[in-house]
Design a protein around this ligand. Sequence first.
Ligand code: HSE
Length: 308
Amino acid sequence: MNPNEIKVFCPATIANISCGFDVLGVALDSVGDEMVIRKVDEKGIRITKLEGQDLPMQTLQNVAGVAGLAFLEASSYEGGFEIEIYKKIKAGSGIGSSAASSTGAVWAMNELLGKPFTRLELVKFAMEGERLASGVAHADNVAPALFGGFTLVRSYDPLDVVSIPSPSELCAAVIHPQIEVKTSDSRKILKTNITLADGIKQWGNVGGLVAGLFTADYDLIGRSLVDHIVEPIRSILIPGFDDVKETAIETGALGCGISGSGPSIFTFCKGEETAQKVGEAMKEVYQNIGIDYDIHVSRVNMEGIRKI
Ligand code: HSE
């Protein structure tokens, strides 16, 4: 194996998790991109291969390129890196496509240089990729991709990321209707102010969800998967959302919401068998409406990005 090269798996992620807009996220196990990163003498970052999606390869227009440049700028390393990206996550799907590329680049570079940076510092570099993708440097996808499991961005300034345990039987079923919703567009439609009444409901649910994850209280997790602020606005962009949600809950999901900025819809279930059933039931909704879909049933990825 060439010591100047590393191949990595970069997991898909569900962000927001209903009540935790821009602060909560979780890494998935069964879907993710692959990337190869190579140390080279030539300074700078070059994307030398990009397969699977039609995305820009110019360094400054590619999230991996921009995150990589943020890493290089902070590093004392004098050379550069080449990046190959093999996309398995569709861009604009709502399961952290840009986060996978941004985090994959900076995690791999850090490994190749002997880990000069902490994971929290890598989160900051990867957030620059998110800034390029959505106009806002949010960390709720990049943090779980780098830390694994569930993460809470307790604070952005200063950046403070808290790892949250995942109950062993928790499983996600995610359906991606084949329409594209750009994060930048679905952020623009949000209101910038909330009422105190909505705030009270929302932070009650965030606290409940975190408590449920810590104590493996599946019912509490389910009761807390409620979003009074963002979901009512964004769900209008997702055809069939209300039907999918109702069907998923009736079939046994603990809860259901928009994954990231959509259009993917996520559910959490107790056990893989229930998650498979819920996935099948959600499929039927889109079959009836006549919209194509991808489905992912996945356990929580506790490790985050890994070498493959
Ligand atoms: N918190 C971000 C948003 C996640 O909802 O806009 C995007 O994946």
